[in-house]
Structures are given as structure tokens and as C-alpha cells.
Design a protein around this ligand. Sequence first.
Ligand code: SAM
Length: 291
Amino acid sequence: MKHISTVGRTKEILEKHHFTFKKSLGQNFLIDSNVIKEVIHKADINENTGVIEVGPGIGSLTEHLAINAKKVLAFEIDQRLIPVLDDTLSAYDNVTVINEDILEANVPARIEEYLSDCDDIVVVANLPYYITTPILMNFLTAHLPISRYYVMMQKEVGERISASPNSKAYGSLSIAIDYYTEAKTVQHVPRTVFMPPPNVDSIIVELKTRSERKVEVDDEDSFFKLTRGAFLHRRKTILNNYQTLFLDGKKKKDEIRALFEAAGIEPVRRGESLSLEDFKKIYDAFKKSDL
Ligand code: SAM
């Protein structure tokens, strides 16, 4: 039988199950097996790999993952897709589909339950674009045993993820990603490989979890509060942004200026010019004075 990820089979499945797309859930299904095969090849998935997929849809990507990986654990929020997936993936006994919102799911417990016998755990997903950032940040901040991510997303988000300082796309997301992972763009994906075609361009991003961090931080929440604070208003200096950040009055302007100076960072700089290492200096100075 033809793969799910073809126009003909997708149309057949949608008709059989009277399925209608929900735009609000970011439902754009892959109808091109070549793109999927390329991702699976890049992700180096083999018979020892456990894969986590977010949003299997009707199973286009899931099917190829099931063929190549040891096990697949997929989270799908749309209850209407559960019987569809039961049908389309009935030939594969190594797939578990969980009908949960990925942002609410207890992922560590599910990994323990379903993937603990896999040598290597990888996330592969064509993400629901409206929640790409929270999904990735939830995974990364939870310190899960995931070695790498191959995720399809809106091009602009992918650019922010892998941006370097002094570029337009650089911001607190780039810094958080750089803290946890090594990020790179793997491939651009045209709109034509989806049904229905989305009104944005897409990109596949590779994130490799760092085994050793570039900087050591003992309180990640406070660290990211400071990185986000530097971008409250992109055109403003870090001094002015931190005045807003500490509007609770915990720190006055002079104190903030003195802390930047103690960190060796000019208070008139802008967030977009600061690297992860610069933020570590800022964090060390501010941490000493109680955040
Ligand atoms: N993987 C399929 C494919 O490539 O054809 C579908 C990808 S589609 C871009 C995103 C999928 O994520 C949809 O099936 C949607 O229902 C699901 N989804 C949306 N929000 C979700 C959430 N919060 N948790 C889990 N799945 C979600």
C-alpha cells in the first residue's frame, strides 16, 4: 500500500473518516515522502532509537518513524484523530499514541513508561506552529534524556532559534536555545508539501542537546528573567530595560548601572549585542545582589 504521506492516500483517509482540518490546531499534514525520508536520514534514526513525535495528525511522519525506529511515542491533542491513527497505523505495533496536549502532558513519566528500553531518544515533529516556542522550551527546561531534536516550524521562528548576536532575529529565544543546545538549520521546506498549504514558509531545525553547557547557571529561571528583560524593548539600552524589569523597585537605576559595570558590560549596550557569555557575567553580578 502507498504511504500515508502522499496526496492520494491522504485524501482517501480524510474522506473515509470525514475529517475536516482545524486551523486553530495548526493542522497542515505532510504529503511528501521525500521531505520525511530526508528528516529521518538527518536524524540518524535506527532500530535502537526511541522517537517522540508531537502532533502525529493522520500519521504521515509517524508511519516512516515506525518503520525506522525502535519505538514511537506520539502526543496528539485532537481526539478526532485517535480513531484515524488507530486505522492508519494498524500495521505498526511499535507506536503509542497519547491523546494529550503536549503542554500539559507528563512527558518524563511517559518516557519512563514507553521508551526506557531505547538507547537513544530523539524528538522528530512537524510542530503545531502556534505553540512551537512553548513546546521546545518545555522540553528543554525539563532536562529530559533527549539527545537531539529535528523539528519543522515556521521559517521566522527557526531563524530566531539559530540567530547569532547583532542580527535582527537574535533575542531571548536564541539565547535560551544556545544555552541548552547547538542549533542549526537543516532544510527549507516549501508550502506545497503540506495539505492544506500553510500561509508561511517552513524550516527544519536540528537541536543537539549540549552534554556540557557553554555557561554554568545554578538558577535558570532567574537567568532567563534577565535575558528576556534585556529585550523588553529592542531599541532601548539594557539599563533602561532593566529599570522596567525591576519596576517593583527592588533595584534603582544607579544600582543597576553599578551592577552592569561590575559585570564589565556597558549599561548603554542593547540586548541584541550580548552573547550567552555576556549574560552569564550579568547574571553573576546581579545574582550576588539578590535578584
Ligand atoms: N505530523 C503530522 C504531519 O506532519 O502530517 C501533523 C502535523 S500538524 C502541523 C500539527 C499536529 O499537532 C496536528 O495533528 C494537531 O492536531 C496537533 N496538535 C496541535 N496542538 C497540539 C498540542 N497542544 N498537543 C499535541 N498535539 C497538538
